[in-house]
Write a protein that binds this ligand. Sequence first.
Ligand SMILES: O=C(O)CCC(=O)C(=O)O
Length: 253
Amino acid sequence: MLNDDQINIYQNEGLIKSPTCLSEQKVKELNLALDKYLLEHKNENNEFVSGLYERDEAFLKFALYPEIINEVKQLIGEDIILWGSSLFCKAQKTGNETPWHQDGEYWPIKPLESVTIWLAIDEVTSENGPLQYIPGSHLNKSLAEHKTLDKKNITLNQTLKNIDKLKEKSKYVTLQPGMFSIHDVYLFHGSKANYSGKRRAGLTYRYMPATSLFDHEGAREIEKKIGYSLQRQLHLVSGTDKANNKIFKDHTI
Ligand SMILES: O=C(O)CCC(=O)C(=O)O
């Protein structure tokens, strides 16, 4: 669980490194699931895979661990929908950059509120492309201007227009396998390419308060811009679905 100081850091900076680390057994299971996935998809680009638990159900159970849900509750309240998961698996030497962005630019959530758990499978160091962020950049609770990038070797194609001057204020997150960070939907963040000799694999799980609506119809417009599908299975993981979402599975009963 997060203590008051940690909750304050999350609220003021927009990101907290959780004090929790999953057990060795759970880290082993994460690795097994990833190895199996990578073997089964060895001819695909796995630097960024969206809709991960829809593609492979094995990745759903990690998102339901109480160690994770309890901390999400502390930040967004009791009514929670798990609505998405991705793999960011940066290969050694050639791993792709994630351009600076705000997650909200990609997501059809109304009102826009969501937190991301970034769960490390590999060790994340300063060398292998850790998550970088600008502390406090979420505080305006508004989306800044983005543009579409048309280049190779990036995981995501939207980037913030006016980010250069802010970069000097950035911090980065190092993690051991089984550790996770939590970040806000409005936070400015990204990650550099991985030129190191060590892979950097992590999973993201996205949770929204069940007072928000995941707008599957509205998603169609965003999909044209970002180039991948946003049709998602929604899982109620705590409380009640106050906004009448189309719930795929209710895990509270
Ligand atoms: O892991 C990365 O490179 C980027 C992750 C990210 O952008 C996110 O979690 O929203």
